[in-house]
Design a protein around this ligand. Structure first.
Ligand code: FMN
Length: 196
């Protein structure tokens, strides 16, 4: 069965929850399933400190996942208006995949979480698209034909799915955030299916 890679980094659990909704959306498309993966954290002084397999949650991504996926959804918390270093670090190691065109023509989309409503969701989502464009992905957002996009008072943007965790850093998604995340997963999966 064709798979869509849902690749994310999350420290506090918000992006991880959003990733689960995105993956649910992928699975709502007949004949498609999600492969959920994460990236290891990075340290200021790089050393081998993490177990080769995470103690809980999604397994670490491998390069073969990029080769094998029919599409890709990339998620990261916002860090000063941009994606978090662990995800960027992993992306920065993909020179060979860029050179061989591993992701060319594959549909892709992005998702994020911020603590504050206007704390950089759009800048994070838009800048997360740049490496995907360099890799030749067909980058997609959420169309305004999704009615919740016009009415949401929490996360959910035309540039990708999102969650606002607030001052208490609450990872629980609102109904609108969850439904828009599923819509994004469905859209990438349905596009990959049509392309196949
Ligand atoms: C170093 C650092 C920088 C951050 N920068 C921002 C920011 O620019 N805007 C914002 O709203 N939240 C910012 N946050 C908060 C996180 O984006 C927010 O808590 C997010 O929901 C965490 O996602 P996670 O639970 O998946 O790790 C920052 C957090 C950290 C640790």
């Amino acid at each position: 069965m064709p798979e869509i890679l849902v690749l994310y980094y999350s420290r506090g659990g918000s992006v991880a929850r959003l990733a689960r909704q995105v993956a649910r959306g992928v699975g709502e498309v007949d004949g498609m399933q999600a492969r959920v993966r994460t990236v290891p954290p990075v340290a200021a002084v790089t050393r081998v400190a993490e177990p080769p397999v995470p103690e809980d949650g999604a397994p670490y991504v491998e390069r073969a996942d990029l080769e094998e996926c029919a599409g890709l959804l990339l998620g990261s918390p916002t860090r000063f208006g941009n994606m978090a270093a662990p995800l960027k670090h992993w992306l920065d190691g993909l020179g060979a995949e860029w050179a061989s065109g591993t992701l060319v023509g594959k549909p892709a989309a992005v998702f994020t979480s911020t603590a504050s409503m206007h704390g950089g969701q759009e800048s994070t989502l838009l800048t997360m698209m740049l490496p995907l464009l360099h890799h030749g992905c067909l980058v997609m957002g959420i169309p305004f034909t999704e009615p919740l996009l016009s009415t949401t008072r929490s996360g959910g943007t035309p540039y990708g799915a999102s969650h606002v965790s607030g001052p208490e850093d609450d990872p629980r998604t609102t109904d609108e955030e969850a439904r828009l995340a599923r819509a994004l997963g469905r859209r990438v999966a349905a596009t990959a299916e049509r392309l196949a």
